[in-house]
Design a protein around this ligand. Structure first.
Ligand code: MLT
Length: 271
């Protein structure tokens, strides 16, 4: 098991392959196992690095955090393991962290991959729902959060026909410590709005979205695509919010097409 100490925490991570660093940031309430298919496939050409955020997966709990502080964690972690500059990919919560990373540390990024995520902060109803979920996780634990979220994370087709996917996702969510879920819900509720930041992104950017994503729908991805000049958009058929798990080969192909141009492989960032 690979671990890296950073200020006030220790991060568990997986690293596979050699070449330019590609960093994969997981969603909520998940861990790096959601990227298994990408780690296995993309490591044939890239140095793929997938950390567990503090408190998630096999990274120990180490106090509360915010979305910008998670970006600082990842920056310190990547500096410590000598993985900068990198291409940074994040799903949903991982995408929020990636956008905050781009705002703080753009010079150390070769590119950005925003997967099933959104730029807007929570509105009043969503913030209230986070507070209700904090009560649920305090009183009933992680399985109750898995019950609330599972149906929304996957495309209806995945839920009906791929029980092994449903089970894998449920297992990951149920393994997430209740205290981490509580910390994360507060961080998600209070995260900064990134809408006005997107037009400032001047690096190569790929936006990926499952065509049946019920949490961050295609219309949201299309709006982000318009706000980031020169960005690419890949809509993944047969996938919901968890497109990298639901349609791994299509997501891997979209990532490879984005990553493979010579400008990216040799270190330059296309715009
Ligand atoms: C995620 O997949 O990371 C979450 O759905 C993000 C969120 O709840 O905003």
């Amino acid at each position: 098991m690979a671990t890296q100490p950073i200020t006030g925490a220790t991060l568990h991570f997986i690293e596979k392959g050699a070449g330019q660093p590609l960093v994969l940031l997981h969603g909520f309430p998940l861990d790096l196992r959601m990227w298994t298919a990408q780690i296995d496939d993309l490591s044939s050409r890239w140095r793929v690095i997938a950390p567990d955020f503090r408190g998630f997966g096999r990274s120990p709990i180490s106090g509360s955090f915010t979305v910008p502080s998670l970006a600082e964690d990842i920056h310190e972690f990547l500096q410590s393991i000598g993985a900068l500059p990198c291409v940074l990919a994040g799903l949903s919560m991982g995408g929020y962290v990636a956008m905050n990373y781009a705002r703080q540390f753009a010079a150390e990024l070769r590119g950005l991959i925003l997967v099933d995520t959104k730029d807007a902060a929570d509105n009043a109803d969503q913030r209230e729902n986070r507070n209700r979920m904090i009560e649920v996780v305090r009183s009933k634990g992680s399985p109750a959060i898995a019950d609330l979220m599972l149906g929304k994370l996957l495309a209806p087709d995945t839920v009906s026909h791929r029980p092994e996917q449903v089970k894998t996702l449920r297992d990951i969510m149920e393994a997430c410590p209740a205290l981490t879920i509580e910390h994360a819900l507060a961080a998600l509720r209070d995260r900064p709005d990134m809408t006005d930041e997107l037009p400032k992104i001047a690096m190569a950017t790929l936006i990926i979205v499952g065509e049946a994503d019920a949490i961050t729908p295609v219309a949201v991805a299309e709006a982000m695509h318009k706000r980031i000049a020169g960005s690419q958009l890949a809509i993944i058929p047969g996938a919901g919010h968890m497109s990298p798990m639901e349609q791994p080969s299509l997501v891997n192909r979209a990532m490879r097409q984005f990553l493979n141009p010579p400008a990216m492989a040799s270190g330059g960032a296309a715009s």
